[in-house]
Design a protein around this ligand. Structure first.
Ligand code: TXA
Ligand code: MG
Length: 315
């Protein structure tokens, strides 16, 4: 298959209307989009990414009307979060409507909905006239793509198109919050922080799987976000071993940066989050064997960043 690279929304819309799949930029990471109501197109997403069939997709909406179409019961908590944040890097899990194919939700009766805070993405969805299911546009298990070039690297020849755009603003995936029950539960950390959600609904909690319980967010159990290189988390740059084959990334300056094969220091947690997946891909391209990542405080965006770093280090 030839993958069409385009900057024209109309060309991406044309492909999507013909059951094709197209990668597009959002404020978090690039997504791989398909018509939420089109089973043939959704199947292609799972094949192109080599995604496990039990990992549900997020539906990207262009309006609150779309949310009504895709869900059967917008709970009070969901309503409050929608009013406070949409469009935002926030995915809200609700009971799905009967129109949503089970293929999109990997057999679940719930669906995650999110309105991206990104002009190109919103325009694309609105021009299509249907919401787009879109996982991150990477091969399953790899770091999420924050540039169209990263999408190309993973999916060239496997998808019909890539809508080019600028590198993504946030660099980590959206916060996922389950609003089906009485108390909202965070299933995945992201740019909308625990503190921000609790400012709207103070009862909001972090979901913790009980032993033997089926994972609420199936994606959580899969290997994730990992480069080929081994990831080692360190408190301080002094704990990293510098060599041609190792890399260091973090906030505090190392004493011997020139001794690493690759090295990057960020001004703050947001900048670190923004570029960490790009750094992982660069390290792989340079054949780095071990990446030392400095830990950050688990608050604000730091919760999301540490979540991704820990998962990457487990694989
Ligand atoms: O920022 C993002 O969320 C990006 C951009 C493209 O929007 N998308 C993204 O999708 O990260 P994906 O498929 O890579 O991750 C979706 C996560 C998975 O962990 C999945 O299990 C969870 O959301 N999820 C999706 N639908 C769910 C549902 N109905 N119930 C529980 N978890 C769900
Ligand atoms: Mg993903």
């Amino acid at each position: 298959m030839r993958t069409k690279l385009t900057e024209k929304i109309s060309e991406a819309v044309e492909i999507l209307k013909l059951s094709g799949i197209v990668a597009f930029p959002t404020e978090t990471v690039f997504g791989l989009g398909a018509n939420v109501f089109d089973k043939k197109a959704i199947k292609k997403i799972f094949i192109a990414k080599n995604r496990p069939g039990d990992n549900p997709l997020i539906a990207h909406v262009g309006s609150i009307d779309d949310v009504e179409k895709l869900t059967s019961n917008i709970t009070d908590s969901a309503r409050k979060f929608i009013d406070a944040f949409f469009p935002a890097p926030l995915t809200i899990v609700l009971q799905k409507s009967t129109e949503v194919p089970l293929l999109a939700t990997a057999g679940l009766q719930t669906i995650g909905v999110r309105m991206p805070k990104h002009e190109l993405a919103l325009e694309l969805i609105r021009e299509c006239g249907f919401p787009l299911v879109a996982p991150s546009a990477n091969l399953s298990g790899k770091p999420s793509p924050t540039t169209w070039e990263a999408v190309f690297e993973d999916l060239d020849g496997k998808i019909e198109g890539i809508l080019k755009g600028e590198p993504t603003e946030i660099g980590l995936e959206s916060t996922v919050v389950d609003c089906t029950g009485e108390i909202p539960m965070i299933l995945r950390f992201g740019a909308i922080t625990l503190e921000q959600l609790q400012a709207i609904i103070p009862e909001t909690i972090i979901y913790q799987a009980k032993p033997n319980e089926i994972a609420k967010s199936p994606g959580i159990k899969h290997r994730h976000y990992a480069p080929n290189a081994r990831i080692v988390l360190v408190d301080q740059p002094g704990n990293a071993n510098p060599s041609k084959y190792t890399a260091y990334v973090g906030i505090n300056q190392s004493e011997q940066p020139e001794k690493f094969g690759l090295f990057e220091i960020f001004e703050n947690e947001n900048a670190y989050a923004h570029s960490v997946f790009r750094f992982f891909r660069e390290a792989d391209a340079k054949n780095i064997k071990t990446i030392f990542c400095q830990k950050v405080k688990e608050e604000g965006i730091g919760l999301a960043l540490m979540d991704r770093l820990k998962r990457a280090s487990q694989s």
